[in-house]
Design a protein around this ligand. Structure first.
Ligand SMILES: [Cu+2]
Length: 151
């Protein structure tokens, strides 16, 4: 009885150590992206991308870059309203404080998507890659919606 059990126990122990090793190499992601979508506009007008970024770590994390295989140019913008006029400014980075969620939404922070690399229309899904200051990259699929969409 004892003899037949031993090899089994040894195998189980080996399997456990393999699991621990792979966990140690794959650090848990501290940034997640959800609720993303794109407001498509006709002709050569740029599209706008919206999404929410959650930082579950104890340190602030900056969104420092975006790219997409579907658009030649992606930029982080913020809309600033002064009196009755509003204008868009380019932003280098967006800080997500520790344990906070920051939303990119109409009238505020957004992604400007220009120079589509192929025909894109409402109903499509584009792929957006977001790079963060902690070295993490998040890939988010964003559904493309018509100009009338608000969320
Ligand atoms: Cu813009």
């Amino acid at each position: 009885m004892t003899l037949t059990l031993r090899p089994f126990v040894r195998l189980a122990a080996a399997a456990t150590s393999v699991c621990l090793t792979s966990l140690a190499f794959a650090a848990p992601a501290s940034v997640t992206v959800d609720g993303g979508w794109v407001r498509w506009l006709p002709g050569t007008l740029p599209a706008a991308g919206y999404l929410a970024i959650t930082n579950t770590s104890d340190q602030p994390v900056d969104l420092v870059g975006t790219s997409s295989p579907d658009y030649g140019m992606t930029m982080l913008h913020v809309t600033r309203t002064e009196g009755s006029t509003s204008k868009m400014e380019m932003v280098d980075k967006l800080t997500v404080p520790a344990h906070q969620k920051v939303a990119l939404e109409p009238g505020h922070y957004h992604l400007m998507l220009e120079q589509p690399t192929h025909k894109i229309a409402p109903g499509d899904t584009i792929r957006l890659e977001l790079k963060f200051s902690n070295g993490e990259t998040v890939v988010a699929p964003l559904p493309v919606k018509p100009p009338s969409a608000t969320q």
